[in-house]
Design a protein around this ligand. Sequence first.
Ligand code: 13P
Ligand code: SF4
Length: 362
Amino acid sequence: MSLPIEPYLSLPNNECAERILAAKATLGKQLVILGHHYQRQEVFQYADFTGDSLKLSRQAAQSEAHYIVFCGVHFMAEVADILSRDEQIAILPDVTAGCSMADMANLSNVTRVWRELAELLEVETQITPVTYINSAANLKAFCGEHGGIVCTSSNARKVLEWSFAQRDKVLFFPDQHLGRNTGYRMGIPLDQMVLWDFSKPMGGLTVQQIQQAKIILWSGFCGVHQVFQPQDVDNFRKQYPNGQVIAHPECSFEVCQKSDAVGSTEFIIKTVQDSPPGTRWLVGTELNLVQRLARDMLPDHKFVHYMSPYECMCSTMYRIDPQHLCWTLENLVAGHIVNAIRVAEREKVLAKQALQAMLAIV
Ligand code: 13P
Ligand code: SF4
């Protein structure tokens, strides 16, 4: 029987630290811990590899370890399960660590939209379905089944270019902001990127709007990135006229338009790291990343500010704590697998097609 979680919940972090390090040493090469940039420092410090969702999915695909413990959110562990070999096991230390944006699209409403669009268009030859990696495995499988593809925030442009080389239009879900910000940078006018309101028949759009659209955007969003406002950028620029602004593409169109650079978490970190000493940055992404970057950059005399006066972290990422990590690893040492994330076989095959299509182009 696996070790119960309850006694772990009250363990102080310093005791977890000793026990996590001991379990890591015992498991050795059988184990790899992957940590997303939004993880809190108390967890991030134990990761063998850190990165954005693209880098970590590549890492999961290449890993030799038997156990892939993902300190991230549910869809990331699903991707690790899909891309790893059959005998490898992807584990999420707390299975309730989901992604609220990923939950904004599901197979039944995406299938319904596809059916409605099929009343008007030859969907299989005219529309490429593109899902952001922040989505459930069955939506990646939907894309695999319908000639579509997955994207991440760091490769969305290349993925959209590939998609338009296949078919005229894209159905992009679940994040409207990543779709719109990327499409606009590719030169697609705003009126050719329509927002589908799935509470209304035909998304509340006219036949003409759908026929003229290049990208049909799902109305999903990330609440963590909607906290940033255009006036936050204006206030910073007033105070620091030489400062620079960098934002994640999940931020609103207005915030991205006002930013000097837009890109994934990995891109943000690299851009700030590569900037000359004395540079001051306003950063629009999750709080844990920004706080860590601010601390790491200070010795190099680079100054990093969080974009909002209101602190807003990804509360689901935050569910992965040292206590759950300690419980997960000690169970592995005791020969018990807890919180394995297993994608159903048929979904896995189709989702892998859509993920591999992405990995083949970027
Ligand atoms: P990255 O692709 O930058 O890792 O972003 C993932 C994410 O969930 C951002 O909210
Ligand atoms: Fe999902 Fe937003 Fe959290 Fe990223 S920050 S994992 S998009 S809820």
